[in-house]
Design a protein around this ligand. Sequence first.
Ligand code: ADP
Length: 480
Amino acid sequence: MRVLYVSTEVHPALKTGGLADINAALPRALEAAGADVRLLLPAFPALLAHATEIGPPCLLGPALGAPNVAVLPCRLDGLATWLVDAPRYYARAGNPYVDDRGRDWPDNLERFALLSWTAARFADGSIGGWRPDIVHCHDWHAGLCPAYLRARGGDGPATVFTVHNLAYQGQFPGSRFSVLGLPGHFFTMHGLEFHGQINFMKAGLFYADRITTVSPSFAAEIQTPAAGFGLDGLLRSRAGAVLGILNGVDTEAWNPRTDANIAARFDADCIDGKTRCREALEQACGLSTSSGPLLGVVSRLTPQKGLDLLRACLPQILAEGARLAVLGSGDASEEAAWRAAAATHKHSIMVHIGYDEALAHRIFAAADVIAVPSRFEPCGLTQMYAMLYGALPLVRRTGGLADTVQDAGPANLADGSATGFVFDAAEVGDLLATLARLFALWRDRAGWQCVQDTAMRRDFSWTRPAARYLALYRELRPQA
Ligand code: ADP
């Protein structure tokens, strides 16, 4: 089964969010399950700098305003990869999607259309003598792949489009449609047009043979007006093609038994090291020691993540002797609000604004609780990292959070399945009530340790999800 895996970032070479973690782990898990997977990514400087075994380029000529497009075969941390080399669009420093003031790059239409255009060029096997059975594309950046393949016609590869975050759709003025080089009838309601705009996400949802998203709950939620970001009607009409496959986590990178970033190693059988990790973080960040729990947050700071709800509960949290360690970056107003909270409660709240992979590991290892009060969450990774590191997740019942965390309510506590705390409505009252349950369990040390033990022994590896993707590919291409 030959799979062309089309996306934009991959850990550790380039990461702006959870997608990079998934792109590093899922292709490897698919290979372990027997697939021949090749990544296709734009030749962003961070990826070029990280690439090894770069082979001779395959020249594709001019396309979408780029004078010379080439495809460079290489490896990224062992993964067979092709980089789409078009310096005009990709050779720029900084974030792959936005400039240093957080504005979309003005030529994002061409930049990400070119990625999909290139993917479609693989269909005839003329690049590297390798013809994919499946083109698996991810999020709006690769949403045009199924459209270009459909426009090409013939018996090309089957397409799978995975939605990691429906909120970001890649919308551009309809007046620019001709730039894409797609047939005119693609720019209609029964195509990639969305209220007069070009919509890359809609293209993926409309033209792909199958749509997957990263948790079963999110797959159901996005088919409702409340969580469909305007595309729920289309998703309902394609309900038979939509499948939710829960993400896994990279259990090599996220393993407290072997993690080199943390002060002491530990696991479910010997958890003593976790206390050392907590003490180390408290000391390094000037946090007071206390008998209350240490709450951690590792997150993008955007309204999606619901951290305003957590801030509204700070008086009650601090009154319980709890402390907070927050690592995040994002919206200026969110960053300012967290900075202000830390300035007011110097010894109880540590806030680090920025992106820091090592500190993220140290927070998961040190924390007793990781808060993920998201308004919506397609899958979420941090609640799973939390469980593996013995920090109980405090999450809202939405998307993948609902699918991965078992609430410490009476029934789950009684049968030993509880792994964290789940609240329902994105409202302060609901969160406060759940915090009250959390602090009550904290005082019951044996009860807490029992939940912690269950959480740490959960299997979040990629083995199961990879087998499900492979089964999906086989359904689409039984002969491959
Ligand atoms: P999303 O993809 O919506 O940002 P996920 O929970 O799926 O949310 O993935 C977030 C990933 O990014 C996790 O690996 C998390 O540890 C990491 N992360 C988020 N913010 C930071 C930060 N400021 N520093 C380090 N890692 C971060």
